[in-house]
Design a binder for this molecule. Structure first.
Ligand code: NAG
Ligand code: NAG
Ligand code: NAG
Ligand code: NAG
Length: 360
């Protein structure tokens, strides 16, 4: 099936789409979930889910310039998606905030990796960077023009490093789910990747054919259909169709049933729901061999496509260890030295032992 898929992609001169929404919190945060007691919080209704509809405000309350901003945002998003998407209307989405956008931080390592990876540079034109605050937006425009979208969320400051599971963090995660759902409604397939990833090979040939929703997991049990695999929301490939639109709607609405839980917790709670079976959604889990992560103890450098810097606390630790992955990869790629593989991400490992509850 993979071969067939690969061939098909080659025929179509498939260029993977990159709409990248990497929430600044990204994955390592997910892993902390088990350590940190989530605080129950009322989650705000950010906007209605359907398509890219801005929050409903009555005409009376809405100053005229807001009108224009919303219309501009929609136009801007439409333009970016049109330019970034592949012929099959696929984009690669990542997301960032100010902390990720700083010079020599996550954003830079992420972009660099596409240039060092094997056959990944051509994917860059499909990457869309969703920025959560003005500072990250202006940095994005500087280094990656025409692919930056500012996702506004009234009244919330997403700019700093966040305490995991604090209110704004949760809101950001749910905003992300909502936004991705809106892309499906607009007819775009997406590969969402957290930004704290390095791209070493094109992951598209590794995706499973004829699947609606495929998602990375922290530990893969060998069966891609088995919902006992623990989903990791930081990397997922989703085809736009009525089932996935319905599924995203259901996922987003399910936050109300599980107050204080982030979208990854919730998908792991709802993934077996009868309702999802009824909608006929075909869900699969991606092998960690291809979408690797820092929670693993070893990796196959001859197979890894994307490495995710999760299981890590603190932006600086994460960036150091992701850079180390790039170094090891570059050595391997230049010299074909398979033996050495990847070194352990020691900064991230020791950050977990200290268990400071920061997101980076
Ligand atoms: C939200 O969208 C649904 C359809 O997706 C619609 O039925 C409902 O009326 C909308 N709610 C509001 C408040 O706009
Ligand atoms: C908004 O625009 C309308 C006409 O388009 C105008 O009458 C009204 O005064 C404007 N309101 C504000 C707050 O600028
Ligand atoms: C890089 O890509 C080329 C073309 O697909 C392939 O032949 C080669 O084996 C790849 N190298 C590595 C190290 O993956
Ligand atoms: C994989 O998991 C699915 C769903 O739990 C199950 O139906 C199937 O039998 C499993 N396959 C194997 C080879 O174990």
């Amino acid at each position: 099936m993979l071969l067939k898929l690969q061939a098909k992609w080659r025929e179509l001169k498939w260029i993977a789409s990159l709409l990248v929404l990497t929430v600044s919190m990204s994955l390592f945060g997910y892993h902390l979930a088990s350590f940190i007691q989530p605080q129950p919080l009322p989650l705000p209704q950010i906007s209605n889910f359907s398509a890219f509809v801005p929050p409903l405000i009555t005409a009376k309350q809405k100053p005229n310039d807001t009108d224009n901003t919303e219309a501009d945002d929609r136009r801007n998003l439409a333009r970016i998606l049109r330019e970034a998407s592949t012929e099959e209307k696929t984009v690669i989405v990542t997301m960032m905030n100010q902390a990720y956008a700083e010079r020599d931080s996550t954003f830079d390592v992420f972009l660099e990796s596409f240039r060092f990876g094997n056959g990944t540079e051509r994917l860059l034109r499909h990457v869309v960077v969703v920025c959560l605050d003005d500072k990250s937006y202006s940095r994005c425009l500087e280094v990656f023009p025409r692919r930056c979208f500012l996702l506004r969320t009234t009244g919330i400051d997403f700019s700093g490093e966040r305490l995991f599971m604090k209110g704004d963090y949760l809101k950001m995660m749910w905003r992300r789910t909502e936004f991705l759902g809106s892309l499906l409604s607009l007819g775009y397939n997406f590969l969402f990747t957290d930004m704290d990833t390095v791209w070493l090979r094109d992951p598209f040939p590794r995706f499973i054919a004829d699947v609606d929703f495929q998602i990375a997991c922290d530990r893969f049990n060998g069966n891609s259909s088995d919902t006992r695999n623990y989903a990791n929301g930081g990397f997922k490939y989703v085809i736009a169709n009525p089932r996935t639109i319905e599924f995203y709607n259901y996922w987003y609405e399910s936050r109300l049933r599980f107050p204080g839980k982030n979208e990854q917790d919730v998908i792991n709670k709802i993934k077996n729901d009868r309702y999802i079976k009824k909608m006929g959604l075909k869900m699969r889990f991606l092998q960690t061999t291809h979408v690797g992560n820092f929670c693993q103890q070893d990796w196959d450098i001859t197979k890894v496509c994307v490495m995710h810097g999760n299981c890590c606390i603190g932006q600086a630790n994460k960036v150091k260890d992701l850079r180390q992955v790039l170094e090891d990869w570059t050595n391997f790629f230049a010299n074909g030295d398979r033996k050495r593989g990847f070194r352990q991400p020691m900064n991230c490992r020791s950050s977990l032992r200290r268990k400071r509850p920061h997101i980076g």
